[in-house]
Design a protein around this ligand. Structure first.
Ligand code: FPP
Length: 249
């Protein structure tokens, strides 16, 4: 029985978010520079996308470039941007054929070169697709999006469009860049690090975490299936007790 066959396809996470980590260490192991690792990381993106399609996952959010990544050496930042532009421009046709819808979260205005234009083109080409929704977190950080949301809400109060008592969890969620996207049920981080690194802090309040020592360029389809199987073995209680969960199921 293959790992995919062991998955209960009626109970796969609707949304999986991934912190793709370990490209630099993987490259070092090969005696290569960091960009070599990022290039191989793209192959793992293809793998998880195929696996997500097979496993009935609707939303796949990948942390591709954080606001903190600007602090990396200039050659690495420029190399990552150019990798992004080339990958999207080379793959958009194939992604479109596979019914994948591309979108982003983050501040596209801050991206270098053609990256913003390339992303806008990819949104346009794939906007009507109904298969996997591939969301790239680009120039994204959770604290950045929360500050933006707070400013917008404060402005609405200031202009008397809403009153303070109307500020609810739902209203805050609708001010985030993820406003039309359900919260992830599963967050995966590769490379053995156990951190959240400013990623989807509001949205992961009840998300299950899966940490694996596998470095991102080594992460393949089966590894996504293993993470889903692990998720399916867990009991999600959302603050309740086991007996209540059993009664409701
Ligand atoms: C973290 O590994 C990885 C990144 C900051 C970049 C991830 C980007 C890709 C895999 C390319 C994605 C491309 C598309 C089209 C989505 P690291 O460099 O921090 O690794 P280290 O911790 O071993 O140094």
């Amino acid at each position: 029985m293959s790992i995919l066959e062991k998955i209960d396809l009626n109970n796969t996470p609707e949304h999986i978010a991934i912190i793709m980590d370990g490209n630099g260490r993987w490259a070092k192991q090969q005696g290569e520079n960091r960009l070599f690792g990022h290039n191989f990381g793209v192959e793992s993106v293809r793998e998880v996308l195929k696996a997500a399609q097979q496993a009935n996952v609707t939303y796949l959010t990948l942390y591709a470039f954080s606001t903190e990544n600007w602090n990396r050496p200039k050659e690495e930042v420029e190399g990552l941007m150019s990798l992004l532009v080339h990958t999207i421009s080379n793959e958009v046709g194939e992604l479109n054929k596979n019914n994948v819808c591309i979108s982003t979260i983050g501040n596209l205005d801050g991206l270098l070169g053609d990256a913003k234009q390339e992303m806008l083109n990819a949104f346009e080409v794939t906007k009507d697709n109904t298969g996997v929704q591939l969301i790239l977190a680009l120039n994204y950080s959770s604290k950045w999006e929360m500050v933006e949301a707070i400013k917008n809400i404060a402005q609405q109060v200031d202009q008397k469009e809403i009153s303070i008592s109307e500020i609810t969890e739902e209203l805050v969620s609708n001010e985030l860049t993820t406003k039309n996207i359900p919260d992830p049920e599963l967050l995966i981080r590769t490379s053995g690090e156990h951190r959240v690194s400013n990623f989807l802090l509001w949205q992961i309040a009840y998300t299950e975490f899966y940490f694996t020592p596998i470095l991102w360029p080594d992460f393949k389809q089966e590894n996504l299936y293993e993470a889903i199987l692990d998720y399916q073995s867990r009991e999600r209680r959302f603050g309740m007790v086991s007996e209540q969960i059993e009664k409701n199921s």
